[in-house]
Design a protein around this ligand. Structure first.
Ligand code: HEC
Ligand code: HEC
Length: 274
């Protein structure tokens, strides 16, 4: 019953959001730029784009994104230097419309760490698996299940997602099982999705109800724990099966060996004269 209702809401939400998300800067960034760029998490193929809007002027950015090679060939010294610094890897031309360019640049600027406001942090700065505490995991579990509400009122994850862990509520099946989201997506990937969901259903649940840094940190701790637990479970599970198979196989070999020996013995004893 509940699932049916949620499904309807979800479908309607999807419809609206897919229309709206068409040229969102985030969608463009995820689809066309993340392969080579991060915002504040270091260099990939291309340079980290954190605060690039402060380093370069707007006009230059538009020209560079549309066709970096044209800009370099026109004799632009900054573009040539960036090309040089990045081992002369060619950034492919990005044939974006004017409004798409505007929204992707806006996305980069609003998601850059603010040098004047060190309280705004990037994913790497927020989550560090080596300092996760049991309390973080517990809080994350409660937020995930909705037994503790999100400060800004977002929908609990469990409505759409499930995590396979003993003692955790069964979740919805609308969206992917998150038991091993960490292995699949990396911490920064999960962080990016939680904070700036590229999926319509999630955008609608969290767009104007952003999670706080603490909430993101706690959820990450919980998903990290779940990932670990399931990894171990799978590993030892498979281990048992392999152990069993090897045991049966080697027992059979031993058995066959004895069988063969026994036949020989029998043969000799039947024909003692030979
Ligand atoms: C295939 C990899 C690749 C993709 C995809 C890509 N870039 Fe780049 N980008 C680069 C490289 C490499 C550079 C460094 C300049 C060079 O080598 O030409 C660069 C440089 C830049 C710069 C200049 C950075 C600076 O410090 O001045 C901007 C801005 C930029 N890219 C934006 C984008 C945007 C926006 C997208 C997506 C629409 C995108 N890039 C997609 C590889 C890529
Ligand atoms: C209204 C439903 C809804 C809610 C609430 C929701 N999600 Fe999602 N989520 C989705 C959908 C739909 C997708 C994309 C498709 C899929 O995973 O099936 C998704 C995808 C994801 C993914 C990427 C999964 C992958 O492997 O690609 C992560 C991680 C995620 N959500 C985390 C969360 C977390 C954490 C919360 C709670 C803070 C949450 N979601 C709340 C619907 C939801």
């Amino acid at each position: 019953m509940i699932n049916n209702k949620i499904l309807k809401v979800f479908l309607i939400v999807c419809l609206f959001q897919s229309l709206e998300a068409q040229d969102s800067g985030q969608k463009i960034f995820f689809e066309k730029c993340t392969a080579c760029h991060t915002i504040g998490e270091g260099k990939r193929v291309g340079p980290d784009l954190a605060n690039v809007h402060q380093r370069r002027d707007a006009d230059w950015l538009v020209k560079f994104i549309l066709s970096s090679q044209s800009l370099i060939n026109s004799g632009d010294s900054i573009a040539a230097a960036v090309f040089e610094e990045n081992n002369k890897v060619i950034m492919p031309d990005q044939p974006l419309s004017e409004s798409e360019l505007k929204s992707v640049i806006e996305y980069i600027s609003t998601n850059s760490p603010d040098p004047n406001n060190p309280n705004i942090k990037t994913p790497k700065q927020i989550f560090n698996p080596t300092v996760v505490t049991q309390a973080d995991i517990e809080r994350g579990k409660k937020l995930f299940e909705g037994t503790v509400e999100f400060e800004n009122g977002g929908v609990p994850c469990v409505v759409c997602h499930t995590v396979q862990l003993p003692g955790v509520f069964d979740g919805g099946t609308l969206a992917k099982d998150l038991s091993m989201a960490f292995t699949r997506l990396s911490p920064a990937g999960v962080d990016g999705i939680i904070r700036n969901p590229p999926f319509p259903a999630m955008v609608n649940s969290f767009a104007d109800k952003p999670l706080t840094d603490q909430e993101v940190k706690d959820l990450l701790a919980f998903l990290y724990y779940s990932d670990d637990w399931n990894l171990y479970q799978n590993f030892s599970g498979n281990g048992d099966i392999i152990f069993l198979a090897v045991s049966i196989f080697s027992l059979n070999i031993v058995f066959l060996f004895f069988l063969w020996k026994w036949r020989k013995v029998k043969k000799y004893s039947v024909n003692p004269d030979r």
